[in-house]
Design a protein around this ligand. Structure first.
Ligand code: CMP
Length: 136
């Protein structure tokens, strides 16, 4: 039981998928849904629509569609906040030691992994990738 968060291993970290999933499971998260897929630039734009007015939006959509990604739904008590602690700051230069971004991120854009910022966005982002019948 517990509540849910949504995460996505980004193209720059896809070769570290095994190590990242191991860290997530060892931190106590249960995998509810997981797959490997690739976004088109248009679908990346939809996923990041809240950032449409940001200067980095075009680069972000190009980057996020440049290779495969691994979207994952996770479950744990206090999932959203605990997962953001596990991944560390958006900019890996500011990420704490031992966090996933400190270990695997390459830049503020190619920052290895996404983590939902609220329960509401976790539900929206989960539904973007997974049908109800794919969530166990
Ligand atoms: P995330 O927080 O998962 O979702 C928004 C993404 O936009 C973020 O990860 C980075 O990949 C990217 N991003 C955020 N800020 C910047 C920035 N200043 N420059 C480039 N990319 C950014």
């Amino acid at each position: 039981a517990g509540n849910r968060t949504f995460t996505m291993i980004k193209p720059d970290a896809i070769e570290n998928t095994g190590a990242i999933i191991k860290m997530i499971q060892e931190a106590g998260f249960r995998i509810v849904a997981l797959k490997k897929t690739q976004l088109t630039p248009e679908r990346a734009g939809q996923f990041y629509a809240v950032h449409a007015e940001r200067p980095f939006y075009g680069d972000l959509c190009a980057y996020m569609s440049s290779g495969p990604i691994v979207p994952i739904i996770l479950e744990k008590d206090n999932a959203v906040a605990d997962f953001r602690k596990l991944i560390g700051a958006t900019n890996p230069a500011n990420a704490e030691e031992g966090t996933i971004r400190k270990l695997f991120a390459k830049s503020i854009e190619a920052n290895a992994i996404h983590g939902s910022d609220s329960d509401e966005n976790a539900a929206i982002e989960s539904a973007f990738f997974f049908a109800q019948t794919e969530q166990y």
